[in-house]
Design a protein around this ligand. Structure first.
Ligand SMILES: CC(=O)SCCNC(=O)CCNC(=O)[C@H](O)C(C)(C)COP(=O)(O)OP(=O)(O)OC[C@H]1O[C@@H](n2cnc3c(N)ncnc32)[C@H](O)[C@@H]1OP(=O)(O)O
Length: 410
């Protein structure tokens, strides 16, 4: 067998048709013309890396330019996507070559201190320095077994509508809430069309996507995107409500929307694929066990530029710590970094002082959104404490008052 020497080229706008067909085959589904056009609109050809063998596309990787919510604000982040290698060319180092090139380009461009992705399989990306930064709960709730507290007077009115007709309201609520949710990405017009795209081919027998909006004293202050599916057996109806996202700016909106979603007539089950680990719903129902929640991975973060990344987020408490970092793929990150930060500001500079903590760059990715603290990573043997008391001193600073979560797969 001759060895294939990959030459990686940058994408052009006309490559999208090829990429769509290529990734459709890798993910074992047909190309849907409706989603293809929406996805083409968010494609950034100059950020795509392609490998061809002759004229045949055999590998791709790309990135979207978006902001990522982080503790205390939002920052530019390369949203890595469209990764695939043909079954004829797998395990010959193509993914590794693309990941190395992509990380180098992101680092050298100097605009995005971190990269972020959803992994098709959790074992693929740690070797490239990606750490599991946000987890999610997958809920399969038995709604007949769940009770919510009685409505309170501050709960407003609910209205049902077509999501596409209320896009402006959804965007207003989302932007209001996003500033305080580590892990949520910015959405412009094109992204809203992507989030709301609703092809028949992906409904699995359910209705079209619908939205329930909550109107509070100042107008729309929350929404829930959902669909329902009919199912019956000899005992009667057992329909399913599938919830895509619930975004609310007030506790009253949150309670009212979930009360409706859990009690739609002729349904008996609620499915939520991307609930937050600290989802308030778990604290609202009378029997949380009946939500049948299962933990899974959501966002993986790769710290690409250590000082810029650590200075871009905020810290729950004042922190002054020296971290020794090891980064095989981007050696500029290797060394000792002094992080001096707090709830309002942070800076991070190279230092010769002795380190308090030591870890690899993947571990920094895990810590980055506040989804896990240093003590858990130390207990897992992934982070080393080099000074007594360093974990207790730095630990609380890395967490955040809302844990990391992610609403949408990109
Ligand atoms: C952000 C996203 O887009 S996620 C979507 C990712 N894409 C997919 O899942 C589509 C289907 N899968 C694929 O296309 C390919 O299998 C890929 C892209 C996951 C891997 O591509 P390859 O070119 O085969 O990877 P490559 O040869 O560079 O492998 C590098 C190392 O990772 C390991 N590896 C790669 N993929 C996997 C996997 N799915 N499971 C376990 N190990 C893996 C390889 O064994 C290799 O290990 P080694 O260095 O110890 O020998």
């Amino acid at each position: 067998m001759t060895t294939f020497a990959p030459a990686i080229s940058t994408g052009r706008p006309e490559d999208y048709d090829d990429i769509g067909r290529f990734l459709g085959a890798l993910f074992h589904h047909a190309v849907d013309p409706e989603t293809h056009e929406t996805e083409r609109a968010i494609f950034e050809p100059e950020r795509a890396l392609l490998v061809r063998d002759g004229s045949e596309l055999v590998a791709s990787a790309a990135a979207y330019t978006r902001e990522l919510g982080v503790p205390g604000g939002a920052m530019p982040a390369a949203h890595v996507t469209l990764v695939g290698v043909a079954p004829t060319h797998r395990r010959q180092g193509l993914l590794s070559a693309m990941m190395r090139r992509q990380l180098r380009e992101i680092h050298d461009a100097g605009r995005e201190p971190v990269a972020v992705l959803w992994a098709s399989e959790g074992r693929i990306y740690p070797r490239f320095g990606y750490g599991l930064a946000a987890q999610r709960l997958q809920i399969n709730g038995e709604t007949t077994e769940l009770r919510l507290p009685a409505p309170t007077p501050d709960e407003g009115r609910l209205r049902l509508d077509r999501p596409a007709d209320r896009q402006a309201d959804l965007a207003t609520v989302y932007d209001r809430v996003r500033s305080d949710r580590p892990g949520w990405s910015s959405r412009d017009e094109r992204w809203w069309r992507y989030v709301l795209m609703d092809p028949e081919s992906q409904r699995s027998g359910a209705t079209e996507l619908r939205v329930v909006l909550h109107e509070g004293p100042d107008g729309v202050d929350g929404y829930g995107l959902f669909r329902t599916r009919s199912e019956w057996n000899n005992a009667g109806p057992k329909g399913v409500t599938t919830v895509d996202e619930v975004v609310t700016a007030t506790p009253a909106a949150y309670r009212a929307i979930w009360r409706m979603l859990l009690s739609i007539d002729l349904t008996r089950q609620v499915v939520v694929r991307r609930a937050a680990v600290d989802e308030p719903l778990l604290r609202m129902v009378n029997e949380p066990r009946m939500l049948v929640a299962q933990l899974s991975d959501a966002l993986w973060v790769r710290v690409v530029d250590v000082p810029a990344a650590l200075a871009a987020r905020r810290y729950a408490t004042d922190v002054d710590v020296v971290i020794e970092v090891d980064d095989e793929l981007l050696p500029e990150n290797t060394g000792r970094w002094r992080l001096h930060g707090g709830p309002d500001k942070a800076d991070c500079t190279r230092t010769d002082e002795p380190a308090d903590l030591a870890c690899d760059v993947r571990c920094l990715g895990e810590l980055f959104l506040g989804g896990v603290g240093p003590a858990a990573l130390a207990a897992a043997g992934r982070l080393r404490k080099l000074r007594p008391g360093a974990l207790a001193a730095a630990g609380p600073a890395f967490t955040w008052h809302r844990t990391a979560s992610a609403l949408e797969v990109f």
